[in-house]
Write a protein that binds this ligand. Structure first.
Ligand SMILES: Cc1cc2nc3c(=O)[nH]c(=O)nc-3n(C[C@H](O)[C@H](O)[C@H](O)COP(=O)(O)O)c2cc1C
Length: 352
């Protein structure tokens, strides 16, 4: 359902504050992701009641899949093996089909409370956590681990990954940076390859895949066949489709794929979904700007400044339409009439 040796995979990275159920639904319907992972659910002193699992992962009601059928894995974060094991067991009784364990979150508040990347300093605790969760859920439910290279030592991954595997991880996802490296480029893919070569479970390579060239270099350096993509999927609407093609996966979403929809189509789809989910417009507008800002920072769009002042999603859509449709229509029109030396403004917008 999730990761199989010999079959390449493209995984949507969990991104707290971004990839909630609404975004998972949208992204997996317009980009050919193999599966996705929820934002982390933090497990502290108490095992969360059922409604918390259902809120974090509404897909539990639908066979742990998004509307377009992409499997969803639930990610848990914490430092207490027993609490995590009980939580995983409860999640499975609610319908979870796979549990991922977060050993990479660099947020100081999370690390201060014994969760995320701080565990990278304690390989034996990683093993104990994976083992406890593994033995709390049925064998058919995979338990995976997501790690960074280390806290401050990138070589720590060799030991940490080995411990996670010994604890029973079905596969390991590695973000090719230490906690101290935060999100500063580059990501280091070679150490990921050494882990892959040393372990006999699949390894998913992650970090700084922004283009098909990056994917190919990551593939060369890590030897991996499974990849997780986060910010790149937001910044570049064609990336996941192009990576899927490069990996020999058939992008089933072609007809309504993100690359066909373009920025206006995607923002409209987001707006429609947000209304369906009853989301406050202020949140929707902020989401749209946050997404467009990723594209702006990667220079995928050059019109962010002309839309970022919008105060509501309707205004934002109008500005995105002005920035995209009129311009591309104008260019199309210029192309059409270039031969006759005639330059005309487009007569009407196909988006009405
Ligand atoms: C805003 C944001 C939130 C994130 N939240 C999570 C999270 O909840 N769980 C997790 O394992 N990783 C989280 N990550 C890390 C990503 O899953 C991924 O490892 C990282 O962004 C590197 O991949 P990329 O270069 O393809 O974005 C987050 C990253 C970002 C940028």
């Amino acid at each position: 359902m999730y990761i199989t040796k010999g079959r390449p995979a493209l995984v949507l990275a969990p991104m707290d504050g971004i990839t909630d159920a609404l975004m998972r639904r949208l992204l997996t319907s317009v980009m050919p992701f193999s599966y996705c992972v929820t934002e982390f659910l933090r497990i502290s002193a108490l095992v969360p009641p059922e409604h918390v699992f259902r809120k974090t992962m509404p897909e539990l009601e639908c066979g742990a899949r998004t509307a377009s059928g992409a499997p969803v894995e639930l990610q848990l974060l914490g430092g207490d093996p027993e609490r995590l094991a009980e939580s995983a067991s409860r999640a499975v009784s609610c319908g979870a089909q796979g549990i991922d364990l977060n050993f990479g979150c660099p947020a100081p508040t999370v690390n201060r409370h014994d969760g995320g990347a701080t565990l990278l300093k304690h390989p034996e605790r990683i093993e104990a956590i994976v083992r406890a969760v593994r033995s709390a859920v049925p064998l058919g439910i995979p338990v995976s681990a997501k790690l960074r290279l280390g806290w401050d030592d990138p070589e720590a991954i060799q030991h940490n990954a080995e411990r996670a595997a010994r604890g029973g991880a079905a596969w390991i996802t590695i973000h090719g940076r230490t906690k101290m490296q935060g999100y500063t480029p580059p990501a280091y893919w070679e150490p990921i390859g050494r882990v892959r070569a040393a372990l006999n479970i699949p390894v998913v390579a992650n970090g700084e895949i922004w283009s098909v060239d990056d994917l190919k270099r990551c593939q060369d350096q890590s030897g991996c066949e499974h990849f997780m993509v986060g910010r790149g999927a937001l910044a570049n609407l064609t990336l996941v489709r192009d990576c899927a093609l490069s990996l020999g996966l058939s992008p089933a979403t072609e007809g309504l794929g993100a690359s066909t929809l373009g920025w206006l189509g995607i923002m409209r789809a987001l707006s429609r979904l947000s209304r369906e989910y009853g989301e406050a417009d202020r949140r929707t507008c902020a989401r749209m700007k946050q997404w467009l800002n990723y594209a702006h920072k990667r220079r995928s769009i050059d019109w962010f400044d002309s839309v970022k002042q919008a105060k509501c999603s309707r205004d934002l859509l109008i500005l995105v339409e002005r920035a995209t449709v009129t311009r591309s229509e104008l260019f199309a029109s210029c192309d059409l009439h270039a031969a006759s030396g005639e330059v005309r403004a487009p007569s009407q917008s196909p988006y009405g």
